[in-house]
Design a protein around this ligand. Structure first.
Ligand code: SF4
Length: 853
């Protein structure tokens, strides 16, 4: 086949006729009153956009619509403020402002010929309600297994009525915004799924107990949606039909629910698992192959003749067509494959199968959308950048200088991506020079780790592009030195020489190298040495030390343990591979290490390495030693930037990208290469152009009228008194006052007074003890003994204040006393203004004397 120049739409092959076996994927499908133009359906998935970033939301979905998806759906969309997902960013339809935000997406989807769907839902007990500060609700008062510390309100009948009303209102708003498909979402054990599940639902009323009762609220919601939208929208129901060990329902009940609700539903969107075990649904490729949920979801056909959409991380059109031909599903659902390649349907339609940018199942998109709050993707650097940077996955502005000659040094993910984009932008010549025999850089190591072979799609996709872009010259097996690059005639030089693992244990826990760490020694190893060079320690006991917090150390531990080594996984983090929590892999990593017999030590730093032993320090600074035959240092990577620095200043238009700048996620390296190529004509491409930021689309609200401040009831005002100062030695007169009061006395210990001595004195005179606030806060006295608490007053005939300064609550508390005697070392203390008798002196001395009289 000949090679064609990139077409205007970015395709690099002549359009091929569609394979007839795939024709079935392009048949229209009726869902209720709406028609899908083909069988490609972008199921709801999170983005971090919600209604806060309506333009990012709409452009992201619109690009997919343009790429051939017959329907594009929002992420989870809360029907009311009791279902506030903060700190996660979700869509909302609480008011008409939200309608305006989401209608932008509908308009753009329609303009591309797609239907727009909205995943109306309620998180129930899984909602933190951090922003709304309302109590979470659930079928029963059982703590959430997902949101830390959330104990919900068990919903009352009126709560249930309100839920149905709010859902109906949100459905009407959805219709008004322009949505074609409205969801009753209860998958992932959100509220409707919680009612369905006997694990969450412990009710004994008409909404608990039997399956028919547990399904009741879901059916009521479906009926309310139908009443609200009539025949103007299709109604979709998203349900996890099989809990697969997690909380939810077993498959037999899942199918029975489908039968119960079938008459109210136009489209079944089916998945598995629960939000607490989300990996069961959005399985990372390290642990789950493509289509592993299919065994459960294909059974839904037994329960319904209505259209079914399912997900299985599908990128293979033959498998998709087979699923449709066998009648098990009607639509090919996709979240991640649609993020990785928004033009997947078009590429299948045009026979450009080898141009499909296949999802690698890394789940970085989930980390980006949920934790980092703005969607991104390892394979597709334009995901999430459609609006704010104006990037399109298939279209590129031409470079200003069509004669541009670019030299890219380093064939890792960043270099490959940069070369592709420069070539697609029409550069005349793009040389991609790699010192090794193969391109792929860091991925050469990653893909040799257990379970990570699918990540090789990052390289495979780009190799197809590079080989067929006529401007690209691939030069593997060639190491260019400084002199060669200085002498090269390229207009632009991009250094993409990547990074390597530190050989001296450089790490963030001790903020330095580890004494004794030297990868030239037989017992000290780097991940490259283990994986690429097959270096092994001299004996069978190995420590793998993780400072990266992601996949490398655990995968190396898995590799060595599977070979029979006795492996100890040591990490300075408090959890194993903390970043894996964001990619739904953390529990799976721990389980895998456990199954392989790998010992785990958390919160431990390695402080020194000697032959046969490593010295460690735990999180409390306690040292200990571990005997081992070798240690693998996955502490941190270091940029391979020597070539770049040696060239700095020697030629114009010299840039660097990817891990050579700073070692990061593969997604960031790809992004960096893409960005530089997109912005190569900018005044200074080294510095990223600013991106558009979305601001609230609201009028400035009128200032609220709060009315007058709420007034408290009047309080007693302490009256100043005229004090008569006594000589410090006048203890006899004070003793007489106390005696004459006939036990109607309060003796108060101020901040500095000895409380034991004051208690003794109170006992001697039959007086009540009082204290000032510092004694209560220090736990030396009870709150009942505090003078002035809650504006309560004591009013004895004699009030003896020892070391009391005279704070206002205290003065209020002693207000009304007959005679106030104040003793304080500070002659300016305010207490003297409210006392009848005063002594400037040390209360301890006075106490001693009074105890003897
Ligand atoms: Fe697939 Fe990874 Fe992209 Fe997500 S980030 S869509 S899992 S390639």
């Amino acid at each position: 086949m000949g090679v064609d120049s990139p077409a205007r739409d970015g395709s690099i092959a002549p359009t091929m006729p569609r394979d007839p076996r795939h024709d079935i994927l392009f048949e229209p499908v009726q869902i209720g009153p709406k028609t899908l133009r083909n069988r490609f359906y972008q199921v709801p998935h999170c983005t971090g956009f919600g209604v806060e970033k309506p333009w990012s939301q709409s452009r992201h979905r619109a690009v997919k619509a343009e790429g051939g998806w017959a329907a594009v759906c929002t992420e989870y969309c809360a029907v009311n403020a009791e279902s506030d997902e903060t700190p996660y960013v979700a869509a909302r339809l609480w008011d008409d402002h939200d309608v305006r935000m989401l209608s932008v997406m509908c308009d753009e989807a329609h303009a591309e010929g797609s239907l727009a769907g909205i995943e109306l839902g309620h998180t129930g007990v899984q909602a933190e309600n951090s922003e709304s500060r309302l109590a979470s609700v659930g079928p029963s008062q059982l703590a959430s297994d997902f949101a830390t510390g959330v104990v919900p309100k068990g919903m009352t009948r009126s709560d249930l009525r309100r839920l149905v009303d709010d859902w109906a209102l949100a459905a009407r708003r959805s219709r008004d915004a322009g949505f074609d498909i409205v969801y009753a979402y209860g998958g992932h054990t959100y509220l409707l799924g919680q009612f369905l599940s006997p694990h969450y639902n412990r009710r004994t009323d008409a909404y608990g107990g039997s399956l028919a009762n547990r399904a009741r609220i879901w059916l009521e919601v479906l009926e309310a949606i139908r009443d609200a939208v009539g025949d103007e929208c299709a109604i979709a129901c998203r349900v996890a039909v099989d809990r697969l060990g997690a909380l939810g329902v077993d498959l037999d009940e899942g199918l029975e629910f489908v039968r119960l609700a079938d008459h109210l539903v136009d489209l079944w969107d089916v998945n598995v698992g629960s939000i607490g075990e989300w990996a069961k649904d959005s399985g990372p490729s390290r642990f789950f192959g493509e289509g592993w949920q299919f065994e459960s979801t294909k059974r839904v056909r037994e329960a319904t003749a209505k259209p079914i959409v399912g997900v299985a991380r599908l990128t293979d059109p033959d498998l998709m067509a087979s699923i449709i031909r066998t009648g098990l599903w009607d639509l090919i659902g996709a979240a991640r494959p649609s993020i990785a390649d928004p033009f997947l349907p078009t590429k299948i339609d045009e026979g450009r199968l080898d141009e499909i940018r296949e999802c690698i199942g890394c789940n970085v998109c989930i980390s980006k959308a949920d934790t980092r709050r703005h969607l991104g993707c390892t394979q597709n650097p334009t995901a999430g950048e459609e609006y704010r940077r104006g990037w399109h996955p298939e279209r590129f502005h031409p470079v200003k200088d069509p004669d541009l000659d670019a030299l890219v040094v380093g064939g890792g993910p960043a270099g490959m991506e940069c070369a592709i984009v420069l070539a697609k932008r029409g550069a005349r010549r793009v040389r991609l020079v790699e010192r090794g025999p193969l391109l792929g850089g860091h991925l050469g190591l990653v893909t040799r780790l257990p379970g990570l072979g699918e990540w090789g799609r990052v390289v495979a996709h780009r190799m197809v592009q590079l080989r067929r872009l006529p401007a690209v010259e691939l030069v593997p097996g060639t190491e260019l030195d400084e002199a060669a690059i200085r002498a090269d005639g390229a207009d632009v030089v991009v250094v993409a020489t990547g990074a390597h693992w530190a050989r001296d244990g450089l790490n963030g826990f001790t903020r330095g190298r580890i004494p004794g760490a030297d990868a030239d020694l037989p017992w000290v190893l780097t991940p490259e040495q283990v994986v690429l060079e097959r270096k092994r320690p001299p004996g069978g006991r190995v420590v793998v030390f993780d400072g990266e917090g992601y996949f490398t150390a655990s995968a190396v531990a898995e590799l060595l343990a599977a070979e029979g080594a006795q492996v100890e996984f040591v990490t300075g983090y408090e959890t194993v591979a903390p970043f894996c929590a964001e990619t739904l892999e953390d529990a799976l990593v721990k389980q895998r290490l456990h199954e392989l017999g790998v010992g785990i030590r958390r919160g431990v730093s390695v402080t020194a390495i000697r032959e046969g032993v490593i010295e460690c320090e735990d999180e409390f600074g306690e040292g200990f030693e571990l005997a081992c035959d070798g240690i693998v240092l996955a502490t941190q990577r270091v940029s391979r930037d020597g070539l770049f620095h040696s060239l700095e200043g020697s030629r114009d238009r010299l840039y660097r990208i990817g891990d050579c700048v700073a070692p990061r996620l593969i997604a960031e390296a790809v992004f960096d290469g893409h960005r530089l190529a997109r912005e190569i004509d900018a005044a200074d491409p080294e510095v990223a152009l600013p991106y558009l930021r979305e601001r609230p689309m609201m009028e400035t609200p009128a200032p609220a009228d709060y009315g007058a401040p709420a007034a408290l009831a009047g309080r007693p005002d302490p009256e100043p008194r005229s004090v008569r100062m006594l000589d410090p030695a006048a203890a006899t007169e004070i003793a007489a006052l106390l005696r004459d009061a006939d036990s109607d006395v309060v003796i108060c210990a101020g901040r500095g007074a000895d409380l034991t001595a004051v208690r003794n004195l109170a006992g001697r005179y039959g007086a009540r003890l009082a204290v000032s606030r510092p004694h209560v806060e220090a736990g030396r006295a009870t709150r009942a003994e505090l003078v002035g608490a809650s504006s309560d007053t004591v009013a004895p005939r004699v009030y003896l204040a020892l070391g009391v300064s005279g704070a206002l609550p205290h003065l209020i508390g002693m207000h009304g006393s007959g005679t106030v005697v104040a003793v304080n070392r500070d002659p300016g203390a305010r207490i003297f203004d409210y006392a009848d008798v005063g002594v400037v002196g040390d209360s301890a001395g006075l106490l001693e004397v009074l105890a003897t009289l």
